[in-house]
Design a protein around this ligand. Structure first.
Ligand SMILES: [Mg+2]
Length: 195
């Protein structure tokens, strides 16, 4: 049986805040660091709305230098290169960034089997509606979404903006765990913690 592993991009594979920081500084005169972002919409609120945040993200993906979120990421993904795993990179994002993200994955030697881009607020679907058995994501609201998909598993990638997400042992039927890195998620996947 194949296990589909879904991996998010911004805030999981890609260090988005480091990537957008120079643009936020240049255009708004605001200094941002990862640890400042203690709410999901922290930067959007500071820039005056989600639209401004998305525009800065598009600029950073097109013209900036987005670092990888952690060391050794290509090797970490390679550890899932077994025929029983299918790696799907799944990301909700704007159209202008799509080609840049594809180049970014290629340029960093990040291997995957499928790449799925989904819409933002206009998409009524959850990432869990796609062929994903185990999702690695940093978005705090995924914890609540996972309650509707008890047969699926979420590794919540620890970030300052998801510390208030409550993993309730009653509402989340044992299908959510926090991880401090993608490497840690892969360690757990390889020993079957998601099953
Ligand atoms: Mg993300």
């Amino acid at each position: 049986m194949i296990t589909n592993i879904g991996i998010d991009i911004d805030g999981v594979m890609a260090h988005l805040i480091a990537g957008i920081a120079p643009f936020v500084q240049a255009e708004y005169g605001i200094t941002v660091a990862n640890e400042d972002c203690v709410k999901w919409n922290y930067i959007a609120d500071r820039l005056g709305g989600v639209g401004a945040m998305l525009r800065v993200m598009d600029e950073a993906w097109a013209e900036g230098d987005i670092p990888m979120m952690e060391e050794g990421l290509p090797g970490t993904l390679k550890r899932l290169s077994h025929k029983k795993f299918h790696k799907t990179i799944i990301s909700a994002r704007t159209y202008p960034s799509h080609p840049h993200v594809v180049y970014w994955l290629q340029d960093h030697g990040l291997e995957y089997d499928s790449l799925v881009f989904i819409g933002l607020s206009n998409n009524p679907l959850s990432k869990f509606d796609y062929p994903i058995d185990v999702l690695i994501d940093d978005r705090p609201s995924m914890v609540e979404e996972a309650r509707g998909y008890p047969q699926k598993f979420l590794y919540l990638y620890d970030q300052p903006w998801n510390q208030d997400a409550v993993i309730d042992p009653v509402c989340n039927p044992n299908n959510v765990q926090r991880v401090s890195s993608l490497s840690e998620a892969v360690d757990r996947i390889l020993v079957g913690v998601y099953a």
